[in-house]
Design a protein around this ligand. Structure first.
Ligand SMILES: Cc1cc2nc3c(=O)[nH]c(=O)nc-3n(C[C@H](O)[C@H](O)[C@H](O)COP(=O)(O)OP(=O)(O)OC[C@H]3O[C@@H](n4cnc5c(N)ncnc54)[C@H](O)[C@@H]3O)c2cc1C
Length: 282
């Protein structure tokens, strides 16, 4: 029999972790409980975070929003503040699973799972998000790209919790774009995805571009050479097509049940090419 604890405050969480150091924290359980059911994980006890209100808060902190780790997708997508300030993240969150999964699943669970196919990760990378980690006695922040170190691997220390994610408002980036390619349109893990932030000058040339691909490497893939090559130029189909081979070289996909590595490589380049279809309303 595995004990399940339902603390209502962070103090209670720390007390429980002192008494049950091997207990696995979880929020929606849409990753962890599936892994347990499949025999891939077997923690001695479970610590459910869904009733700890402070872990589900959404706060405007001036230049960024602070999103509690245990905030569900539904809660975040229902927040006018999150919808106004983080449209890129919202686009990605709307593609996660299905309504029941978005009702249970959390941003923190997605980040802590560190799946190459985690849909919130590419937007969090381009937005320059930081995770806040803590114990009863300590707090520290890390860029999300430093926190995730490989498939399913993070820098979360023993006894540490992911408390929240600080996500900068994308000031000046007029064109947030997210595209996910799956095997079907809903309830599908990404075969490849692209999160992009473009800042265009009045003449249509790119001032700044930030791009991140998901599901085509052990972690999110950035290609700074392509971002630099776009600067000062119009993102025409010809230009983007000429840069696609650079993306295809940079990604490191695998063959799996969803798609072949070769297919993912081609799709990664095509996702870049499709940025030419963007307009101010895209
Ligand atoms: C049917 C189905 C469809 C899905 N579709 C998608 C999809 O389209 N895109 C996608 O990205 N994902 C998808 N997922 C995966 C999953 O729903 C998401 O990753 C979700 O965000 C996980 O959140 P959770 O709160 O349920 O995580 P949980 O299962 O509660 O936790 C996940 C992991 O994070 C750890 N953890 C959770 N919270 C904390 C914390 N605060 N501090 C430290 N560690 C913590 C847990 O120990 C566990 O290892 C799907 C899952 C299912 C079952």
């Amino acid at each position: 029999m595995r004990e399940v604890f339902l603390p209502r405050s962070l103090d209670e969480v720390w007390d429980l972790l002192d008494r049950h150091p091997g207990a696995a924290p979880y929020a929606g359980g849409t990753d962890l409980l599936v892994a347990i059911a499949e025999g891939k994980k077997s923690p001695p006890a479970l610590l459910c975070l869904e009733r700890v209100d402070t872990l589900a808060r959404v706060e405007d902190r001036g230049d960024h929003l602070y999103l509690g780790a245990a905030a569900t997708y539904s809660r975040l997508l229902d927040s006018p503040l999150v919808r106004r300030e983080l449209p890129l993240l919202c686009r990605a969150m709307r593609t996660v699973g299905s309504p029941p999964v978005r009702h249970m699943g959390t941003l923190g669970g997605n980040v802590a799972t560190a799946s190459p196919a985690g849909d919130t990760l590419p937007p969090l990378y381009v937005l320059g998000a930081e995770v806040e980690l803590g114990t009863r006695a300590s707090r520290r922040r890390l860029p999300v790209g430093d926190f995730v170190v490989g498939p399913g691997a993070t820098r979360l220390g023993p006894g540490e919790l992911l408390l929240g994610v600080a996500v900068p408002k994308a000031a000046g980036f007029g064109l947030p774009h997210h595209e996910k390619v799956g095997r079907r349109k809903a309830l599908a893990c990404a075969v490849a995805s692209l999160a992009a932030l473009l800042d265009l000058a009045e003449d249509g040339t790119v001032r700044r571009a930030r791009l991140a691909w998901g599901s085509v490497g052990p972690t999110v893939v950035r290609v700074p050479e392509v971002e630099a090559a776009l600067a000062g130029r119009r993102p025409t189909r010809e230009l983007l097509a000429s840069l696609a081979p650079e993306v295809e070289r940079a990604v490191a996909p695998i063959d799996d049940v969803r798609a072949s590595a070769a297919y993912r490589r081609v799709v990664s380049g095509l996702l870049l090419e499709r940025l030419s279809l963007l307009g101010p309303a895209a």
